[in-house]
Design a protein around this ligand. Structure first.
Ligand code: IYR
Length: 245
């Protein structure tokens, strides 16, 4: 499109002086403005946000106290605000509260984990996990009121049934899952990133199409009344970053 066409279309969509939208490559772009704050306030907000996130812990023992579906929907919608390659939003979330289905998933996860702990995982790997106290038992899959399985959509189907790949799928779904975890924390709930390996059984149990691969399983709920988590230290700023000023 040539520039006079862009301007003409802008004038059609826009009002007299204030542009409501512009056209780029034939696509509408709308005005955007974001909240900003005085520097002092940004410092205190960024610090408060860090401290709030720093309180998050992965929890392995859940209460069976129910959680309303509306909260889970909000968590999924929060995750789905993530940026993604070409804005393809290559994710799908299955939210399970059905007890029989959770039992089925637990059974399948534990049988994969049994093979994992008994033969797939190296001794070094098991040593590295020892401080977390994990094992092949995954009762949280049944205890937590909700299990959310995040799937990545490796490709999409065109109308004629042919396939086209999505872009930066792992990055996109990884970011969405990070935002999901943060939304869980914000709601006042806890979760755990569980990745029984291999995870193919989840697509089968949940009857998902061939373009989806299970990415992370999240049990969601309240922590059990008295819960212990491993005493961990997080890396310091100079261990995880360097600055070029
Ligand atoms: N998937 C197994 C093992 C496991 C692996 C890693 I790396 C962890 O950080 C935690 C667990 C399990 O869920 O027990």
């Amino acid at each position: 499109m040539v520039s006079h066409q862009i301007i003409a279309m802008t004038q059609i969509i826009g009002t007299m002086n204030k542009k409501e939208s512009i056209i780029i490559n034939g696509f509408e772009h709308v005005p955007y403005s974001h909240a900003t704050y005085p520097e002092e306030e940004m410092i205190s907000r960024s610090n408060a946000y860090f401290e709030w996130l720093n309180n998050r812990r992965s929890v392995r023992e859940f209460s069976d106290r129910p959680v309303p579906k509306e909260i889970i929907e909000n968590l999924i919608m929060s995750a789905s605000t993530a940026p993604s390659g070409a804005h393809k939003q290559p994710w799908f979330f299955c939210a399970i509260s059905n007890s029989e289905l959770k039992a089925k998933i637990r059974e399948a996860a534990e049988s994969e984990e049994k093979i994992g702990y008994e033969s797939r995982m190296s001794e070094r790997w098991k040593q590295d996990l020892a401080h977390l106290g994990t094992d092949m038992q995954k009762p949280f899959i049944e205890t937590a009121p909700w299990v959310i399985v995040a799937f990545k959509k490796v490709y999409e189907f065109d109308e004629d049934g042919s396939k086209h790949n999505n872009y930066y799928v792992n990055e996109s779904v990884g970011i969405a899952c990070g935002m999901f975890i943060s939304a869980v924390q914000n709601a006042g709930l806890v979760t755990l990133t569980h990745t029984p390996s291999p995870m193919n059984f989840l697509a089968k149990v949940l009857d998902r199409p061939s373009n989806e691969r299970a990415y992370i399983l999240f049990p969601i709920g309240y922590a059990k009344e008295q819960v212990f988590v491993p005493k961990l230290n997080r890396k310091k700023i100079n261990e995880i970053s360097c600055f070029f000023e």
